[in-house]
Design a protein around this ligand. Sequence first.
Ligand code: HEM
Length: 294
Amino acid sequence: MLPIQPGILDPVPALARYVVFDLESEAGPGPSLRRLVRSVDPRGTVVGIGRSTALALGRDVPGLRDFPAGTGRGIEMPATHGALWCFLRGDDRGELVHRTRALETVLAPAYRLNAVLDAFRHGEGRDLTGYEDGSENPTGANAVAAAAVPGGGVGFEGGSFVAVQQWIHDFGRFDAMSRDEQDASIGRRREDNEELDDAPPSAHVKRTAQESFDPEAFVLRRSMPWAEGARAGLVFVAFGRSFDAFEAQLNRMMGLEDGVTDALFRFTRPVTGAYYWCPPVKSTRLDLRALGLD
Ligand code: HEM
């Protein structure tokens, strides 16, 4: 079994926090990251390293690139890079608050908290539109094969690349669509999650059908709904052995392949977008040897 962070493979938790840190001081991130390794349990917290962190340590992790900001017909795909990303898994919101504070302390002075987003499981794992999310996720050995880097040597094998995007739903627009239009925009029936045989090419599951790409484009999605005041949507989170599968899906969603844009854009849009490298683990701790930190 590849030494991938266990929180990547575990099913989505009841509650989560996505926390992004910026690099703050010129002192260098090394000491903060060493403290992070000593204090974080990878079963409860998934850690992603931003490219700016790797570069600050004089390292360039092969495969870790910048999130591709882009535009399509009426579509904006922003890039909002971060230096460090933590996906805190839990079931008690207060505990997540205190774990966030503890992270801030451990990571200071090199890192400064930039953004916190609280997320939650809805039903058995539904998007806030009511559609089941994650049905076509690979499981077991296939999940590991999709998400974990299979080689590359010490400190790289078992790593994973994660794409993270916060999407904001426009529920007014979604509610204005008939149920048939809603089902057609996803390509599945909300009632029983059955795939529609006659789904249009713009249907989300037609755009992203993992087996339809050459090479096949499998990712391990761990997306969760978020809500803040009156705004709400989905935090899209996809782990891959590289960013290639995600990018192939995203390009097709944006219509860059055939001019057909994903029907999802009728009622939701991304407001952030970032790539991180999730280092492997060594026994029960994060393994940062690829960054030169033993
Ligand atoms: C707000 C944004 C999004 C929503 C609400 C959403 C929702 C869904 C739903 C309901 C399904 C069908 C059930 C399932 O297999 O999980 C699905 C499938 C899928 N989505 Fe999304 N999704 C979103 C964004 C994205 C993005 C940005 C990507 C990748 C660039 C993506 C990739 C996929 C993939 C790969 C599948 C499975 C397709 C298959 O192999 O059948 N999704 N999504």
